[in-house]
Design a protein. Sequence first.
Length: 493
Amino acid sequence: MTIPTLRNYIDGSFIDAADMTFEKTNPVNGSLIAHVAEADRDTVNAAVKAGRSALEGPWGRMTVNDRAALLRRIADRIDARFEDLLEAEVSDTGKPETLAREVDIARAAANFRAFADMIAAQSLDSYLTELPDGRQALNYALRKPLGVVAVIVPWNLPLLLLTWKVAPAIACGNAVIVKPSEDTPSSATVLAGIMSEAGVPNGVFNLVHGFGPDSAGEFLTTHPEIDGITFTGESATGSTIMRAAAPNVRPVSFELGGKNAALVFEDANVEKTLDGLMRSIFTNTGQVCLCTERVYIQRTIFEKIVSGLVARVQQLKLGMPHEDSTTTGPLISLKHREKVLDYFARAKEQGGTAIVGGGIPDMGPDLAGGAWVEPTLWTGLNHDAPVMREEVFGPVAGLIPFDTEEEAISLANDTAYGLAASVWTSDLERGHRVAGRMNVGIAWVNTWFMRDLRSPFGGMGLSGLGREGGSHSLHFYSEPTNICISLSEVEPA
């Protein structure tokens, strides 16, 4: 079997592999699936130059309606290349095919269609100005692109989060330079080919592979001709990027980590709540920034919820991604598994009991090289235990009882993060009341992961800076210019 080399994509072409390459392995079994060309500083410079040239060429004069039509063509090509993207996404991440089909690839196409509709319908400020002396003027705003935008995305939902950023950036007329995670280079490479097939002008979409420090990530975020940076990933990396952006006062948009809470009240529908908690804790093996890692349960139903969760966890099926019965894949890498297993050990040291899971499953000899870990639930942990305050990013959650609504709100908000929360109750007034008091960017009531692409999305505290979604994305990726036209024949002396 020939191992492919994934190349960088600059100015409309895949360029020859650099001297530096790194290996991409399959997290399911540890097998080598690709060599990846690591972009050096010259490659990043070429990508920035290509983006700048695109902005100065016909792309910079393309109308809003033409850009919207282009986004729809990209979405159509994603649909046409659905199976190619699916194979790339599953090979990189090991997630079940059913999940990738329903979420990652489908939502990628939806992102382009949604932002095509939004940019075509978006209005800007317009005012008739009337001054006391009788003069009049018309003030109206034009939307201009930021310029060349660095798009840095993580490995957990690589295609979904990439398109979530690229679609509005292109809709607003920017050129983008994408750096996917070194752990998930494949679907971004397929998307680069799709951009060419859809007729995206050369230089508008560029792709560089590599790592962070002293690699493509650092070269990109410190480049003096980058006009904006959007990043999803770890909070510590966000801080580093913010420092890199500060000297040139470039705008940044960050969606960072989370330590998300679920609040389960005694009047909640038990079966629906259990189904929702299973999704929010274990979707994508817990590797979603919105996943729940803290579950606060009213004491009167604590044992019922705990036993129900344990029974459902025992029904999860770890296995090959293409098998319909598989519910749960591996972690992204053996390196990440070491981190998660360290938290398993720390939870035990801090007084926790793994009531289910807590180790490495026996997957048989064919999958022994994969990054497998058991879905795990803890009880007995104190709310202040470090493992309850730090993001694990795995299929884990700590379960803690509470007595009153005020106590539950206090526990949920006692965190340095502020990304998401979910509230489970049959009391509509309580649902509104508690959700409104969550110090988070998004609070769900009796559901999880339901999104309207027009609504604001982002976090507070260590969970991020700024908002994406709908007009919020369009505002970030563009700069308004106000034009004032005098409607008076004579200006005052």
